[in-house]
Design a protein around this ligand. Structure first.
Ligand code: SF4
Length: 217
C-alpha cells in the first residue's frame, strides 16, 4: 500500500532529525560573501566540484566586484579565468550574459524572487534556489544531483524530472527546513549514499530507508 502523505511527512521529519544529528556541519560548500558571488559560483559549479570552483573564485572575486565588472569582462580573458571549471565557453557566456541583464534590468543587484532569478540568462531553478536559500535566507530546496538521487532512495520523492522532485519535496519537507534539507541530503550523498556504491551498512538513516537496492555490506 502506498505511504500516505501524512505518514511520509512524519517519516521525513524523523529523517531530518537523524540527518541533523549525523551531519551537524552540513552547509553550502561554495565560498561567497555576497548574493552576486554566490550566483556566479553556482553557475560555475555546474558539472564541477565545489572545491575547484572555490579555487577559481578566490581570485575571480577579487577582480570582478560588481555586476558591471562582469558585464564588461573580456570574453577570452574570462574564458581563461574559468577554464579549469569545465564547460568554460558556456559558463563565460552565462556569467557575462547574466551580469549584463542584472545591470540592464536590476540596477546591478541580484533579485530576490524565483521568477526574476530564473528570467536571467543561464540561471535555472536550482541555481535560483541556491541563491534564495543561502544568500537571501528564504527557505528553498535546491535539487542537485545528490538531492535528486538520495531523496528518491529515501522514498520522499519519485520522478525522473528534477522539477517534479523539487515540488514533491516542498510538499513533504517542513518549509523552515527546506534550505537545510538540501545541505543535509547533499552531505549525505557525498559521504554515505554515493551514486555507485552507497555505504548502507554504516548509514545513519538505514532503518528509515526503504530503497530495495540498499546493500548489506
Ligand atoms: S541505507 Fe543506503 S541507500 Fe539508504 S540512505 Fe543509507 S546509504 Fe543511502
Amino acid at each position: 500500500m502506498a505511504e500516505s502523505i501524512e505518514k511520509k511527512k512524519a517519516r521525513a521529519r524523523t529523517l531530518i532529525r537523524a540527518l541533523e544529528r549525523a551531519y551537524p556541519d552540513a552547509k553550502i560548500a561554495l565560498e561567497f560573501s555576497t548574493p552576486l558571488e554566490l550566483l556566479v559560483a553556482t553557475i560555475l559549479a555546474a558539472q564541477c566540484t565545489d572545491e575547484r570552483v572555490n579555487q577559481v573564485t578566490r581570485t575571480l572575486f577579487k577582480k570582478y566586484t560588481s555586476a558591471g565588472a562582469y558585464a564588461k569582462a573580456e570574453l577570452a580573458t574570462f574564458e581563461r579565468e574559468v577554464h579549469s571549471t569545465g564547460f568554460y565557453k558556456a559558463k563565460t557566456r552565462a556569467v557575462i550574459g547574466m551580469a549584463k541583464e542584472l545591470v540592464a534590468k536590476h540596477g546591478g543587484t541580484v533579485p530576490r524572487t524565483l521568477e526574476e532569478l530564473t528570467a536571467l540568462p543561464g540561471v535555472g531553478r536550482k541555481t535560483a534556489n541556491v541563491v534564495l536559500g543561502n544568500a537571501y535566507g528564504q527557505p528553498a530546496i535546491a535539487v542537485d544531483t545528490h538531492v535528486f538521487r538520495v531523496s528518491q532512495r529515501l522514498g520522499v520523492a519519485k520522478s525522473d524530472d528534477p522539477e517534479k522532485v523539487h515540488d514533491q519535496l516542498c510538499e513533504v519537507i517542513p518549509q523552515p527546513k527546506w534550505t537545510q534539507f538540501s545541505h543535509l541530503l547533499t552531505t549525505h550523498g557525498r559521504r554515505q549514499c554515493m551514486a555507485r556504491k552507497p555505504a548502507c551498512p554504516t548509514c545513519p538513516v538505514r532503518a528509515l530507508c526503504p530503497w530495495p537496492g540498499k546493500s548489506l555490506k
